[in-house]
Write a protein that binds this ligand. Sequence first.
Ligand code: GLU
Length: 488
Amino acid sequence: MNQSVRVRFAPSPTGPFHIGGARSALFNWLFARHSKGQFLIRIEDTDLQRSSRESEENIKNSLRWLGLDWDEGIDVGGSHGPYRQTERLDIYHQAVQKLIDEGKAYYCYCTEEEIEQDRKKQLAEGKTPVYNGHCRHLTEEQIQKYRAEGRKPVVRLRVPSGIPIEFDDMVRGHVTFDSSGVGDFIIVKSDGIPVYNFAVVVDDASMEITHVIRAEEHLSNTPRQIMIYRALGYDIPVFGHISLILGEDHKKMSKRHGATSVEEYKRMGYLPDAVVNYLALLGWSPKDEQEIFSRDELIREFSMDRVSSNDAVFDIEKLNWINFHYMKELSPGALLDLTLPFIVQAGYVSEPISNEKRKWLERAVWCVRDHLYYGAQAAENIDVFFRDVPEVTEEELLQMMHEESSPVILRAFADAVRGMDSFDEDSIKTVFKGVMKAAGIKGKYAFMPVRIALTGSMHGPDMYCLITLLGKEKVLDRLEKGLRLCSR
Ligand code: GLU
């Protein structure tokens, strides 16, 4: 194909932006950027009841957060607009009129009750119900009669029967459908609004879309769309239907499986680069084992022929692992920017924050960063600096505190700390090593009592970092309390 690639993402703004939508957008974006083509955003808001501007905003903000920029479409404009379907009704009406004039579509005055009755009859006869063609050849007289009754017509496409519909899907290979079970289907509803299948074809054709990459759930719409392309005499784009995203139980991903909207991941403090990296791997597989990809690498490597037709299972642990990787690349300042809202929300600090406090927080978050898969986890990990040590009741911990060596090391370390002038990590380390040596206590028998005294747990951040950030006074206080635990 010489024509330059033009792809689009065409969300229906009917709720928060789903992670599955984000993946469709991403595959389109990667495909466009890889082939130096164009990426468009069109809003499909013909479902007037369910569409909202709020959802449209949410989709745009999420796309921007993910860094998926578009060359044409809502907000940015372009020469193929408008890019919101409800603003394109005239364009659809012209296309419908053309079909009616050419006898390829017709007004149908059948009421819903009549259609339903006929449907039941066909079912009772063991047939697959299709529209019976009642209004295919109405006389002028019949039309006038229906109009006089106040019936509001729909428009149906005249579907030639027995013509197979075939296409090569970029993901699913050669696909064949039989048109005989379709019947003359509605293209414009009685309120004058075209159905999705019609609007999408007129839009994709008039926006010169070359490749339609979208969710698998639209595969069954494709034959109808192809019939519309043919009727209108438009070139048919290349289709690529990507698999649904499923939860770990292999059911369609929903709230039950955890966060499903992009916004929720943003709110939990995931990084856009990590989400993009993860979503790219959800259905697309690179040539080798590499899992961490920069955007440039993704753009370079991405190709539709490596997109699998198998279901994609959402694996939160993998997303966390990737996010962890990206968080480790952040500078201390950037890491604090990401985590601060959660620390404030937990009530550990309140804004405005002094420079000095900010420096301290930066170090504290840095100190716990090995435990953070995403930003929100900072609050629960940094709490060790703020809250009092919780009462130690766990048997394993108490046993450690009851070791003969435990009060010895705690006492010796507390005494040494009291005499310290500078309280930086290196001095603390030197002092602690000295205390261990002098007391002849090694390994976990030296570290664990101190850790338990300082945090109430055997796990947590690096001990020297913790000590220096807690400060001398708090450390001494906690060591004394720890000593009491030894003799209890
Ligand atoms: N508006 C449709 C949806 O949100 C997308 C249609 C398409 O990509 O063709 O599911």
